[in-house]
Design a protein around this ligand. Sequence first.
Ligand SMILES: Nc1nc2c(ncn2[C@@H]2O[C@H](COP(=O)(O)OP(=O)(O)O)[C@@H](O)[C@H]2O)c(=O)[nH]1
Ligand SMILES: [Mg+2]
Length: 321
Amino acid sequence: MALAERILQGEIRATAILLRDIDDGMASAVAELKQLYPHTGRAFILGITGPPGAGKSTLTDKVIAAYRARGLKVAVVAIDPTSPFTGGAILGDRIRMNRHATDDGVFIRSLGTRGHLGGLSRSTNDIVSVFDAAGWDIVIVETVGVGQDEVDIVRVAHTSVVVMVPGLGDDIQAIKAGILEIGDLFVVNKADRPDADRAVRDLEMMLEMNHPPEGDWWPPVLRCVAQKGEGVDELIEKIDEHRTFLQSTEQIERFERNKSTLRFETLLRDQLYSRIHTHISASGALADMIAAISRRELDPYSAVETILAAHLLRVDLPESD
Ligand SMILES: Nc1nc2c(ncn2[C@@H]2O[C@H](COP(=O)(O)OP(=O)(O)O)[C@@H](O)[C@H]2O)c(=O)[nH]1
Ligand SMILES: [Mg+2]
C-alpha cells in the first residue's frame, strides 16, 4: 500500500517515514504529498513565534497539555534556524516538551535549517500538510521570527502567537515590523519579571500604530508565566476567539487564498530556479556565463534573458527533453 494511504488510515509509522523522506529530499515524497493534499484543510494550525529564549517551547508544552485535556491530538513542528549545527536549541525544545513523549496523541518533530531542500518554509508546509492529512487536530509550528522565510512559515498558520519578554526595552524597536504584522495574539511571557507592565504598554503602543481597518481582528496583548502555566487558559480562550473570528466565512476564504498564493508562488519560484540552475550547471553554461560577466564581455541582464528565453521554451514543451 502507498505511504499516503497508510498515513490516511492513521498509521503513525508511515507518517514518520514520509517526514524522513521529505527531510532527505526524496523525489518520491512529492508523489505522496500530491495524494495527501486533497485531505488537508481540516487541522487547526497554530504558529508560535518570537525571539530565542522567550519561552516559546515552555509555552508550547503548556498549550499541548491544554489541548490534550480537551481530547485533541496535537502535532508540533519545532524549527530553530539559530542553531543549525549544534542542535542545542532543538534539544532544549525536546526537553521542555518531553513529558508528552509517551503520549501517542502528541507528535513532536524538530527541524534544523540544514538539509532542507527548497527552503525551510516549503519543508514546513509539507510537514504541516502531512500532519493535517493524517488527522491531527492541532498542528503547532514553533519558530524564531527572524528572516522572510520565517515570516512565510507563520503565514500558513490560522492563528499566530508572537511571544515577547520584558526587558527588551529599546530593542523592541529593532524587532521586525513583519513580526508585528503577522501576530494575531501577543504574549508578554516571563510576566513574573518586574518590567512586564512596561513591556505590555510598549507593545500596545506599537500595535496602536498598526491600526487595523474597521471590522478586522484587533490583536490582544496577554501576559503569561509559561513556566508556571499562568495565563495559559486565557491564551487558549483568545486563540479560540480568533479561530471563531477567522471562520466567519469571508475571513477564512481570504486566509485560504493568501495561503494558496504563497504556497504556489514559493513552489513555482523554487522549482523554476532549481531546474534551470541544475541544467545550466551541468551543461557548463553557468560557469561560462559567470566568466564572461566577470570579464565584462557579457552583462548579467542579457545573460539571464538568454537563459530564460531558452528555458521557458522548454517548459512550454515538456515532452521535448
Ligand atoms: N522567569 C521565567 N522564565 C521562563 C518562563 N518561561 C520560560 N522560561 C525560561 O526561559 C528559558 C527559555 O525557554 P524556552 O521555552 O526554551 O524558550 P524558546 O527558545 O523561546 O523556546 C528556559 O530556561 C525557561 O525555563 C517564565 O514565564 N518565566
Ligand atoms: Mg524553543
